[in-house]
Design a protein around this ligand. Structure first.
Ligand code: NDP
Ligand code: 13P
Length: 324
């Protein structure tokens, strides 16, 4: 679908530096500051907003071509409400980079932004993007997903560089759910490595984890093929194999016998998978969707079972076809 309102912003797929945009990034955490650096390096006028800066003034936002939300899930409703009170250009595009789910409604961040701004284009930015690697200038790729092709292309131009390759995708829900649901599997992968279960076990976990993500993602309305892309399989591979992932770190430390509260007290940054696991279980139960790995991660996070009991529970289930 093409929204005329974003057409003018999409005119330069390759040459973003020749067409500087005004970009406001909400959230000065690891990801917000990284995204701000990527846009600034492309010659855009970038402003980063932290809660510590106080309320956003109308003058800061009224000329923004692109508003990027990079706050953690618990901050999304707050920043949406704040932006709703401010004047915006009719062409302003919202970009959401949060990987989480609302604990009450199970809505995704993009769904929350779109409900608050029904007449505007919302683009999901998700992929295998460990902030620390990107900050070091290491190459990475990501996906700009939107039902508005022009908006996705405009966002692609804002962030693309020789170090950061941005693809577009017209299935924003699949892009967003891939990046969000893999956090549950990253916790499980951390447990797997923490218990030193080996490469075969990890491969089985990640593969069956993807099956689980696709099963519930399809029921949400997302396309299967999107989950085989960068924001699904790609992000699953990155976070299930990297100690830089906070979600992986949570699982790894659980396997070492630490309590969740002790882990979270010392964790650098947000591990969205902890809340996402709760929301996903709630949705899986409501809709009667079989999510065995998620169920064991849930019981582990609730301290109902030990990591070894979670492994046994997964291995001793009734035998079945791989395709079920
Ligand atoms: N780090 C990474 O590698 C990546 C992270 N992400 C996702 O981006 C999101 C942010 O992650 P990250 O930057 O790493 O997290 P951090 O823990 O580093 O930062 C958290 C961010 O959320 C904001 N925030 C938290 N609570 C609230 C609130 N109640 N109201 C307003 N703002 C709030 C903070 O705002 P403030 O700045 O004002 O303190 C801060 O910007 C997460 O959903 C994460 O999954 C996605 C891709 C990569
Ligand atoms: O989503 C991420 C990389 O794509 C970041 O992963 P963590 O939130 O687990 O650190």
């Amino acid at each position: 679908m093409i929204h005329p309102k974003s057409q003018s912003l999409a005119s330069d797929r390759q040459h973003s530096t020749q067409n500087p945009r005004s970009v406001v990034v909400l959230g000065a955490g690891a990801w917000g500051t990284t995204l701000a650096s990527l846009a600034a390096a492309n010659g855009h006028r970038v402003q980063v907003r932290s809660r510590r800066d106080g309320a956003i003034s109308p003058s800061e936002i009224e000329r923004a071509d692109v508003v990027v939300s990079a706050v953690s899930m618990q901050g999304v409703a707050t920043v949406v409400r704040e932006i709703q009170t401010l004047p915006l250009l009719p062409t302003t595009i919202f970009v959401t980079a949060t990987k989480g789910l609302d604990p009450v409604t199970t809505l995704t961040p993009a769904q929350i932004w779109q409900a608050a701004f029904p007449d505007r284009s919302v683009v999901v930015l998700c992929g295998p993007n460990l902030a620390k690697e990107i900050q070091q200038g290491l190459p990475a790729a990501t996906v700009a997903g939107s039902t508005d092709d022009n908006a996705a292309v405009a966002v692609q131009a804002v962030f693309s560089s020789p170090q950061f390759r941005v693809y577009t995708n017209s299935d924003p829900l699949g892009v967003e759910l891939g990046g969000t649901l893999k956090n549950v599997m990253a916790i499980a992968a951390g447990v797997c490595d923490g218990l030193q279960l080996g490469t075969n076990a990890k491969a089985a976990l990640v593969t069956r984890g993807l099956t689980e993500i696709i099963r519930i993602g399809n029921s949400w309305g997302a396309k299967t093929e999107t989950f085989y892309g960068l924001s699904g399989l790609g992000d699953l591979l990155a976070t299930c194999n990297s100690p830089l992932s906070r979600n992986y770190q949570v699982g790894y430390q659980l396997a070492q016998g630490k309590t969740l509260s002790a882990i979270l007290a010392h964790l650098e940054g947000t591990a969205e998978g902890v809340n996402t696991t709760q929301v996903l279980m709630q949705r899986a139960r409501q809709q009667d969707i079989y999510m065995p790995i998620t169920a064991e991660v849930y019981r582990l996070l609730q301290a109902e079972i030990t990591p070894k009991q979670a492994l046994e529970a997964l291995m001793l289930r009734d035998l079945k076809s791989e395709l079920l």
